[in-house]
Design a protein around this ligand. Structure first.
Ligand code: DX5
Ligand code: ZN
Length: 217
């Protein structure tokens, strides 16, 4: 069954405690967006917020590192309570490294390792890592901001990755992030997505629990 991961980037930071508890019983993962102002043109939050959230979250923390040199921080995020950590292929490019290094590091820290790409990175570039990474994150908006419009072409990118996994007989999670709501969840699941990240459509809704359940169709 599909896993729903509300992104706390869209939560009310003055009532973070309330908002985390609001989704604890309804969602499968809690998505935590870390931005450094370098890999993406925005800043978000880091360890103090993560440690506070970890104290009250009853679902696994899914940390999305939109930062350069993620290898500097993977271990700390694992120790702070992350169960899944994703990092961008673009970050490896920027550092002149192979993403395999980050994948191996994350796995050695005992977390699930996810490899992410923005909408302008060829999805075929992920194929090389199908056996190594634990999951893949297809951005359906350009990383950096919540509340953006879903890019429709993401659906065929997910389908292409799922088709390649099927061809090789590999079953791994594909996460999609950006502009996800009940309006596109069905198409995303049919294309092969198994983890849906949703910020605005959950936390800006009147009834977050209902918004989550509507995405499970
Ligand atoms: C964007 C983040 C997303 C964001 C999604 O860079 O990676 O996780 O919080 O927010 P919505 O669902 O509002 O597009
Ligand atoms: Zn994210």
């Amino acid at each position: 069954m599909v896993k729903i991961a509300p992104s706390i980037l869209a939560a009310d930071f003055l009532h973070l405690d309330r908002d985390v508890r609001l989704v604890n019983d309804h969602a499968d993962l809690l998505h935590f967006d870390v931005m450094d102002g370098c890999l993406v043109p925005n800043l978000s939050f880091g360890f103090p917020v993560m440690e506070a959230v970890a104290q009250i979250a009853t679902i696994p923390l899914d940390v999305h590192l939109m930062i350069i040199n993620p290898d500097k921080f993977i271990e700390r995020f694992a120790k702070a309570g992350a169960s899944l950590i994703s990092f961008h292929l673009e970050a490896a490019d920027e550092a002149g490294k192979d993403a395999s290094e980050y994948i191996a590091l994350a796995k050695s820290c005992g977390v699930k390792a996810g490899l992410a790409i923005d909408p302008d990175v060829e999805v075929e570039r992920l194929f090389k890592y199908i056996d190594e990474a634990d999951f893949f994150l297809i951005m359906s908006v350009f990383a950096g901001f919540g509340g953006q419009k879903f890019i429709e072409a993401s659906i065929s990118r997910i389908a292409a990755l799922r088709a390649e996994m099927d061809r090789r007989g590999v079953v791994k999670d594909i996460e999609v992030d950006g502009g996800v709501s009940a309006a596109n969840s069905k198409a995303l699941i049919e294309a092969g997505a198994t983890m849906l990240v949703a910020g605005s459509s959950v936390f800006k809704s009147e009834d977050p629990a209902l918004a989550i359940s509507k995405m499970r169709v």
